[in-house]
Design a protein around this ligand. Structure first.
Ligand code: ZN
Length: 145
């Protein structure tokens, strides 16, 4: 409740989608009432009222759908932000090629995490040193085999 109110104050929680939905139903009810009133006048007004009911309800619906899309996007992003603890999930995995050519080999069977290079421990300072290095990157101690 308190969090919702803070979201409301910070414009993270929008009132507009709720108001738009209320306004949508008011307009639909008014349209139905107006169409029924037209139909009670008899003769060709019955058909006119029926067409009015279907066409106007659809037009109102489409207009409100377009309006609500903008607010729904914001709400969806807010939900994603909450679910990921403040950090947006990247759309593509970090190892996926971006804008480059498609990988020639299928991704199946490829380990998700690249294997760590083999490390030895420096006899002088105890730091991890990559297998290929001749000297410790921390203290410069020669790495004897
Ligand atoms: Zn060292």
């Amino acid at each position: 409740m308190d969090g919702d109110f803070k979201d409301f104050l910070a414009f993270r929680r929008m009132v507009a989608p709720i108001l738009l939905q209320i306004l949508f139903w008011i307009l639909v009810v008014l349209n139905i009432v107006g169409s029924i009133y037209l139909m009670t006048r008899g003769s060709y007004f019955v058909l006119l009222g029926l067409v009015n009911l279907i066409v106007e309800t659809l037009i109102i619906r489409v207009i409100f759908e377009l309006l609500i899309i903008f607010f729904r996007m914001n709400e969806t992003l807010t939900e994603i932000k909450k679910n990921t603890g403040g950090a947006f999930a990247p759309l593509t995995p970090a190892y996926a090629p971006v804008g480059g050519s498609a990988p020639s080999k299928p991704m199946m069977g490829t380990p998700a995490v690249a294997p760590q290079p083999v490390q030895r421990t420096c006899p002088n300072c105890g730091a991890g040193v990559d297998e290929g290095l001749s000297f410790c990157s921390q203290c410069g101690q020669p790495m004897n085999q």
